[in-house]
Design a protein around this ligand. Structure first.
Ligand code: MF3
Ligand code: CO
Length: 254
């Protein structure tokens, strides 16, 4: 069941989303060679606490950390660790859900550590541009499949693959609500978009193949063929004439 949100609820999600937007700016200053993913986890958790917000991933289905920090061939749900230290040339996605006044905002950025290869830059840029390719179709009356198709085709046109088993999703009081939003689909299919829907759209890209596997920790999702991966996500609300991104401060939008 898709839960349509009121203006008041969207305002609360925007409040959570802007905290998350500011948190990413803070984290960007700390993403450097020599920093551990556990240090980034602590910085994020403190940032939320200082603003009266909580980290919704902590304890979600038993998840043991405040953020997901996924390096290079890890596409999703990397568990922060003091043993995992960033090095020059890495790319790291930070996938974070903040909750404030009962409402969630979910977003992900992939950061480049120091000097990275042009190959790494290309996959990072492609995840972000796939997101914006999808947004062109995000308006009332369009079908969700139109958005999914645009994301999938964009990824493919750049030579990347998208996972089959991990998707974007509705979001609100719960981190994951209906509808589920795969990064592929067929135009003219799926639900019709309506004002008040709140969605997390999140292109995840892999080199070489769509195949992934979960490691023995039960969380970490890696590329089976070991190539690079990237991930870009924002929470959005469908408006009367299009959409609003709730996890980028309006004055900062490209
Ligand atoms: N933030 C992820 C998403 O984009 C979900 C993380 S699952 C968790 O949907 F267990 F780590 F919280
Ligand atoms: Co998400």
């Amino acid at each position: 069941m898709i839960i349509i949100k009121s203006e008041r609820e969207i305002a609360l999600m925007r409040e959570a989303g802007y905290i998350l937007s500011d948190m990413f700016e803070e984290l960007a200053k700390h993403v450097k060679p020599g920093v551990s993913t556990l240090e980034l986890d602590a910085i994020a958790a403190k940032f939320a606490k200082d603003r009266g917000a909580s980290m919704a991933e902590l304890g979600y289905q038993g998840y043991p950390a405040s953020i997901c920090a996924s390096i290079n061939d890890t596409i999703l749900h990397g568990i922060p660790s003091k043993k995992e230290v960033l090095k020059d040339g890495d790319i790291i996605s930070l996938d974070i859900v903040v909750r404030k006044n009962g409402y969630c905002a979910d977003a992900c950025r992939t950061y480049m550590v120091g000097e990275v290869s042009s190959r790494a830059k290309a996959i990072v840029e492609a995840a972000e541009s796939a997101f914006y390719a999808g947004l062109k179709f995000l308006k009332p009356g369009n079908r969700l499949g139109d958005v999914q198709h645009a994301i999938g085709m964009h990824a493919r046109s750049k030579g990347y693959f998208v996972p089959r088993d991990y998707t974007g999703h509705g979001i609100g009081r719960d981190m994951h609500e209906d509808p589920y939003i795969p990064n592929y689909g067929n135009p003219g299919t799926g639900i019709r978009l309506r004002p008040g829907m709140t969605l997390a759209i999140e292109p995840m890209l892999l080199e070489f193949s769509e195949k992934t596997y979960v490691t023995e920790d039960g969380w970490t999702v890696k590329s089976s063929l070991g190539g690079l991966t990237s991930h870009y996500e924002n929470t959005l609300a469908i408006t009367e004439d299009g959409y609003e991104i709730l996890t980028i401060r309006k004055e900062k939008e490209a």
